[in-house]
Design a protein around this ligand. Structure first.
Ligand SMILES: [Fe+2]
Length: 204
């Protein structure tokens, strides 16, 4: 079982499993047991090996020594992509990223690669509309979670974090860089903020 913190962060290490929040619109589970997974038609399994990111389209049998994220109701083509090649997209506060598995259509799930250099904050404290499954690949850092300091989660390679939707957070580094691979269980588009609360609120 994953360790769940006060602020909606779930920490998985080797041997753990996690089922998505039943209130969530998008169902997924994370399996870090290393056992064979019978993937159903219509679902997909997202995982990492030593140097590859892989998505398997069901039906299939999937086994991985790393955490496997099974996304219900989304089945892109089976594909593998190398982690080698670094990050080529500029991001925020010195960070950079790469789309390992891009969304087929805007808003579809995606796996990103995120490099955070030493002495950086990934970005300002923020929330996401959908859950994130974050694989810690290399380096050291910490995740700051909740409001007003909240809690601090030390990050090291081999950990997998699940961040519930709307959990305030950001990542920070000290002397070492940090390399993570976050899965956006469903991704975002600019239209996400096109709703009455945003349009009806004018800052004075
Ligand atoms: Fe984030």
């Amino acid at each position: 079982m994953a360790l769940t913190t006060n602020y909606g962060i779930h920490i998985l290490r080797d041997g753990d499993t996690y089922e998505s929040n039943p209130d969530d619109m998008y169902a997924f589970r994370v399996d870090y047991t290393g056992d064979a997974i019978e993937l159903s038609a219509g679902d997909s399994a997202w995982t990492l090996t030593e140097n590859m990111a892989t998505v398997a389209r069901g039906p299939a049998i999937v086994r991985s020594p790393r955490a496997v994220t099974v996304i219900r109701g989304y089945a892109p083509r089976t594909q593998s992509v190398s982690l080698a090649g670094g990050t080529n997209l500029p991001y925020i506060n010195g960070c950079s990223s790469e789309q390992l598995i891009a969304p087929v259509r805007p808003g579809d799930p995606t796996m990103q690669l995120l490099y955070i250099p030493p002495h950086s904050s990934e970005q300002a404290h923020h929330i996401h509309a959908t859950a994130r499954v974050v694989h810690v690949l290399e380096g050291l850092g910490k995740s700051i979670v909740g409001m007003d300091g909240g809690e601090v989660i030390e990050l090291s390679p081999g950990m997998t974090l699940v961040l519930d939707r709307m959990v305030p957070h950001h990542f920070e580094t000290a002397e070492q860089p940090l390399l993570v691979a976050p899965i956006h269980v469903w991704s975002s588009t600019p239209l996400e903020q096109g709703h009455p609360m945003f349009y009806g609120t004018i800052k004075t």
